[in-house]
Design a protein around this ligand. Structure first.
Ligand SMILES: [Zn+2]
Length: 325
């Protein structure tokens, strides 16, 4: 009998669902829906239920497990969504139990960074590593640990939160209320904000940043800053170097604490070019003790990491039930 695993990714701006047959590396069925403005938890739940039902009709077989990636804090041991920072109505939702009731198969739920870490470990750039730290560097900075083939959630589900480790005391204010967190110094929007602040503070100075943004600082993005840096703009280079250094310092601290075999970086900011990668690696190496390896590689699954991780989560839960993880 064909064993099927259902993978669901509840994102802030889009939802994806897919079915994987055991032993295969391509989706048996896949669907993607972008969220309309003003979507709430009820919309999200109804949408993914409908997507999953439609996929299951397309693929014959028995559903053996469900894995879920959720874009927000999750109590993974209880399959409980704590809240979403982007979509209202997700406070204390028993998502795992709801899916289990609906589809009659065990459901495992975890946050997107942890699930993406598992996806890269099982199907991507983390294959073969006994211990892995995964970071996503995009609009925020998130992280997840896979240790001995399992996600390490920590006592309160808070493991891997490298984004809110302070590496620049008194530095850039962070959404969490502190200053100088890795996220506040290294995420994509922080590159844009720093560049915009410089343009505003130096109205007469010429810079590719001004040219590329049409002299509208508010339209700057991390991508534009990276492009200006690649084209040799001194200010953009300084901003990019500073952000790479802050991130690398954070990674070096994580290396000293856990000594992972491999560190995998995903997210839009990782497309900033070789200079950024060199800066991250140099700062991590400088922070880590010389005996600890610092192997920092690019993610292989890009935006699909949470969905592949959700499939891996479903398979891992099934494996642990039968004692052959
Ligand atoms: Zn913070």
């Amino acid at each position: 009998v064909n064993q099927l695993f259902l993978a669901l990714d509840y994102g802030g701006t889009k939802h994806t669902a897919a079915i994987l047959r055991s032993g295969e590396r391509v989706w048996a069925a896949h669907s993607l829906v972008f969220s309309p403005p003003g979507a709430n938890a009820a919309y999200d739940q109804a949408t993914l239920l409908r997507m999953a039902r439609e996929l299951l009709v397309q693929v014959p077989g028995r559903l053996s497990g469900i894995g879920v990636s959720f874009g927000g804090p999750v109590d993974a041991t209880r399959g409980l969504v704590r809240l979403s920072h982007h979509v209202p109505g997700w406070e204390d939702v028993q998502l795992g139990a709801m899916l289990q009731r609906e589809f009659g198969a065990p459901a495992s739920v975890d946050n997107d960074a942890n699930v993406a870490a598992l996806g890269e470990w099982r199907f991507g750039a983390g294959q073969g590593a006994n211990s892995l730290f995964y970071l996503t560097v995009s609009t925020g900075v998130g992280g997840g640990w896979v240790l001995n083939g399992r996600v390490w959630n920590g006592a309160d589900g808070m493991a891997g939160e490298i984004g809110h480790c302070v590496v620049r005391p008194g530095g850039t204010p962070c959404v969490c209320g502190k200053k100088g967190c890795v996220e506040a110094e290294a995420c994509g929007p922080s590159l844009a904000r720093k560049a915009a602040a410089w343009l505003t503070d130096n109205p007469g100075a010429s810079s590719l940043l001004r040219e590329y943004s049409g002299n509208r600082p508010a339209t700057l993005t991390g991508e534009i800053v990276a492009r200006a840096a690649a084209d040799g703009d001194r200010i953009a280079v300084g901003i990019l170097d500073g952000s790479a250094e802050a991130l690398g310092q954070g990674i070096g601290i994580a290396v000293n604490l856990i000594n992972p075999e491999r560190v995998v970086l995903g997210g839009g900011v990782t497309k900033a070019g070789d200079r950024w990668w060199d800066g991250v690696r140099r700062a991590a190496r400088a922070q880590a003790l010389p005996q600890a390896r610092v192997e920092i590689v690019s993610a292989a699954l890009s935006d699909d990491a949470p969905l592949w991780g959700a499939a891996a989560l479903a398979m891992a839960a099934m494996g642990s039930v039968h004692g052959n993880r």
